[in-house]
Design a protein. Structure first.
Length: 342
């Protein structure tokens, strides 16, 4: 199976789909998990690495982004902490402070477990390739640097050297890097480089095999965009409804006796209710996206300020965005239904 994951590791829903592919399908002669993108969450990195190790199929995590030729350090940690990791040609491993995404708050014990397991798996890999195992602390929030020095048989990773390190971590838990994927292959942490996933599979010597291809992509940005569009559309619908109500009232006042036939009210009421029901249905649909993507609650709501924001405040702001519009829709709909019954 060639499981291609496009974009960043920013969505728990995306990683749940990756886990299902790794744990609930197969077994396959080989599963290649191809990762691209640069941004990541530590909890999602841990989940993918854990699923790769528990998979009933042998798994290779393949770092390859054919467009940008850049992969993030979080994606690289998945490959380095898994049983097998590989890299594409001319790939660079890059990391900037902004690449690390904070996910929903985790309990201290849960976070400690994630860091311990990732560090432990990386410790074993570093030991097995003859590098300093203590460098695995790079994912633990310690200030650690990785330098590459020549060795008798091949280069090795060390914790001190001349010039800037190829990769380093800060006390704030950020991992900063700018190094070639070939460097990680040269020290033995990654296999390759390979031109693409097909070349990697061919190098396994499996002969003629059928390749099941699965492509997954984060829907977080698309979902965020859809939520904002639904809120704007609800506002426009309510503006049209208010304008329609005002127009009917103006027509009534312009009549000589200040009256309109009941049929005019019924037609207007029917159209008002139809538009408002459609807006409510779309609000209900996009509200479900917050269950699939709890990360949405960690983004500021449209009319909120970033000053003093906390997860609880952001969740409250999003709740207010929906409840205020539902209340306004209910109020306008009462007018529409009263007119329908005339």
């Amino acid at each position: 199976m060639h499981l291609s994951v496009a974009g960043d590791l920013d969505s728990s829903e995306l990683v749940s789909r990756i886990e299902r592919q790794l744990l609930d399908t197969g077994p396959h002669a080989l599963t290649v998990v191809e990762l691209g993108g640069t941004r990541y969450r530590l909890d999602l990195v841990w989940r993918i690495a854990s699923a790769a190790r528990r998979s009933p199929s042998p798994v290779v995590v393949f770092l390859n982004d054919g467009r940008s030729r850049r992969v993030g350090v979080g994606q690289a940690v998945v490959a380095m902490a898994s049983e097998r990791g590989a890299v594409g040609r001319r790939m660079r491993i890059v990391g900037e402070p902004s690449d690390r995404i904070e996910g929903p708050p985790a309990e201290p014990a849960e976070r400690e477990r994630m860091v311990r397991e990732l560090s432990g798996d990386l410790w074993v890999r570093l030991r097995d390739i003859g590098s300093e195992p203590g460098l695995s602390r790079i994912v633990a929030g310690d200030e650690v640097g990785w330098w590459i020095e020549p060795g008798e048989e091949r280069p090795r990773l060390v914790g001190a050297g001349d010039g800037p390190p190829a990769m380093r971590s800060t006390s704030g838990g950020q991992i900063i890097a700018e190094l070639a994927g070939d460097d990680l292959a040269s020290v033995g942490l990654l296999e390759g480089p390979h031109a693409d996933a097909r070349a990697l599979i061919a190098a396994e010597g499996l002969g003629r095999v059928r390749i099941e291809r699965v492509r997954l992509e984060s829907k977080l940005e698309e979902s965020h965009r859809r939520v904002l569009e639904a809120l704007d559309a609800a506002d426009r619908t309510m503006d049209r409804v208010r304008a329609a109500i005002g127009e009917v009232q103006d027509r009534r006042r312009s009549r000589r006796r200040g009256r309109l036939p009941d049929s005019a009210y019924r037609r207007a009421g029917l159209e008002i209710v139809r538009e408002l029901e459609a807006a409510r249905t779309e609000l209900d649909a996009v509200e479900l996206l917050f269950e699939a993507h709890p990360e949405l609650l960690l983004r500021p709501a449209p009319r909120s300020t970033r000053i003093g924001l906390t997860p609880a405040i952001m969740a409250s702001d999003w709740r207010a965005e929906f409840t205020s519009r539902r209340s306004a829709i209910d109020s306008l709909e009462r007018t529409g239904r009263e007119w329908m019954e005339r």
